[in-house]
Design a protein around this ligand. Sequence first.
Ligand code: FMN
Length: 199
Amino acid sequence: MSGPQTDAHEHLEAELAWWTASNDLFEAAAVAAQNLRAGGPAIDPRELRNALGRFATGVCVVTTRAASGRTAGLTVNSFSAVSLDPPLVAWCLGRKAPSIQVFSEAEHFAVHVMAHDQHELAMHFARPADDKFAAVSDAFEPGIDNVPVLRDALARFECRKASMIDGGDHVIFLGRVERFVYADRPPLLFHAGRFLSRA
Ligand SMILES: Cc1cc2nc3c(=O)[nH]c(=O)nc-3n(C[C@H](O)[C@H](O)[C@H](O)COP(=O)(O)O)c2cc1C
């Protein structure tokens, strides 16, 4: 990644991808009105998102395969380490995301932490598509339960789904790590709606 134009482009792409699966402006207004009716403060979801975006994160691609053979994968920055014993990790999926059906059915998923030079792959998995794997099949191999796993992620956690927890307009997926690998390369970072490929 180089230059302010590329940065601006990736910023826009990231914004678009997010809003495709997230609240539209009408829903944002409805959420604010609902907060007011409930006697709470009028929280503007867009502003809340801007504020939350000040928290710098890594970038992950989460993949899965259901028993039906259907695959799904998406880019997330909501990944979090939860517990070492038992080994648990979590991430959040928007309830309206097209991939939610496949992730709900599947027993396993794999979380891949992206390296600094993997922003194109991260953007690929942030755009809705019928088969996101077709164009990048060379980068994947079968993992536990035949989940497609990336060969060269910065870190990879293959998980058995432990639970799905209500998280408002998102569902929190808790996974028990069954296998993991990692490498020593710089990470891809995300802050205020932008990828930062150099820490
Ligand atoms: C940097 C970045 C982080 C994202 N984090 C999340 C996330 O944590 N949860 C989520 O549901 N969508 C997140 N998205 C949006 C999804 O990647 C995007 O909506 C994707 O198309 C969803 O996959 P699907 O259309 O196959 O369901 C993020 C997008 C970007 C670019």
